[in-house]
Design a protein around this ligand. Structure first.
Ligand SMILES: [Fe+2]
Ligand SMILES: [Fe+2]
Length: 178
């Protein structure tokens, strides 16, 4: 149990401290248009890095899958957490949120509920945005006239995994390990 927890903490810390580099930035520009890239680069650095790592891993996972549109897959990897642009999360507040999510799920749910209103206290709003970042991301993408298939995939990020198509299943697999 303690081993597992330590492993998780290490993995989490590694993910949080990862930084974007020039190669990562040009990778993003290869796949996203100007409006999408502007949104992407407004994410905190550690979330940008997460998007790049996820997108690259998805591409690797799908290397032999003939029916998968690789460009769409990478774009989904980059844009899947774009809803997190709705509120600024420092590494410390994200850590607290993740710990509560894992250790006391009912409290996480309660806090998320209390943050539903846009004007609610920032503390609670963070939980709401974290819980619903798929739907929030889909709304943000609609505003920049994103393709409907990407909007629908991002929206389904909050929905049960059983409803996911192949693109989202690839995302689920990679997203949970990084
Ligand atoms: Fe996510
Ligand atoms: Fe993610």
């Amino acid at each position: 149990m303690l081993d597992r927890l330590l492993y998780r903490a290490k993995q989490f810390w590694f993910a949080m401290s990862a930084r974007m580099n020039e190669e990562n930035r040009s990778f993003v520009h290869q796949y996203l248009n100007i409006k999408e890239a502007a949104l992407f680069f407004s994410l905190p650095d550690y979330e940008q890095k997460h998007g790049v790592v996820v997108a690259k891993r998805m591409m690797r996972e799908a290397a032999d899958m003939k029916t998968i549109d690789k460009r769409k897959l990478v774009r989904l990897g980059l844009l899947h957490d774009i809803g997190k642009t709705a509120i600024r999360l420092t590494i410390l507040s994200k850590s607290l949120l993740v710990i509560i999510h894992r250790a006391i799920p009912p409290l996480y749910e309660l806090f998320a509920k209390l943050g539903k209103d846009e004007k609610s206290r920032k503390f609670f709003r963070r939980f709401y945005v974290h819980k619903h970042h798929g739907a929030i991301g889909a709304d943000i993408l609609k505003k920049i006239n994103e393709q409907s298939d990407i909007i629908n995939e991002v929206l389904s990020h909050d929905r049960p995994c059983t409803s996911h198509d192949m693109y989202m299943r690839l995302l689920d697999k990679v997203d949970s390990t990084y």
